[in-house]
Ligand binder design. Structure first.
Ligand code: 5GP
Length: 116
């Protein structure tokens, strides 16, 4: 059984976060350490530690990440200029929190790569 992270507590509203969206499948909240004017994390409510743990039964929730990203980008006024969606996996991917999450980053020109 995977170990819960701080994100499970945010989803259950046991610790504070700036939650922008929540439904039965996903929760979106502002990143505590934003890397751009808009930096939102969109997470499935179910704990999936990494992309390596994704199963077909998760497809509905993971698809919802994209429809919510689209909505939140529009709400933030960054849809037209564009933005970046990022999902890190494990050490080499730079993953810090082992509860799968999509970063929605935008509000400025991000360049061709984040870093390498
Ligand atoms: P990762 O490196 O795992 O892809 O990204 C984890 C992200 O979670 C980081 O951008 C980090 O700033 C954010 N984060 C870590 N702890 C918290 C927290 O307690 N609250 C919020 N809102 N964001 C967090």
């Amino acid at each position: 059984m995977a170990e819960e992270t701080i994100f499970s507590k945010i989803i259950r509203k046991e610790i504070p976060a700036q939650i922008l969206y929540q439904d039965e499948l996903v929760t979106a909240f502002r990143d505590i350490n934003p890397k751009a004017p808009t930096h939102i994390l969109i997470v499935p409510n179910t704990l999936i530690p990494t992309v390596n743990d994704v199963e077909p039964e998760h497809e509905l929730a993971l698809g919802r990440l994209f429809t919510v990203a689209r909505k939140l980008a529009a709400d933030a006024g960054i849809a037209e200029d564009g933005y970046r969606l990022i999902m890190n996996c494990n050490r080499h991917g730079g993953q810090e929190v082992y509860h799968i999450h999509m970063h929605l980053v935008g509000g400025k020109s991000l360049g061709p790569l984040l870093c390498c």
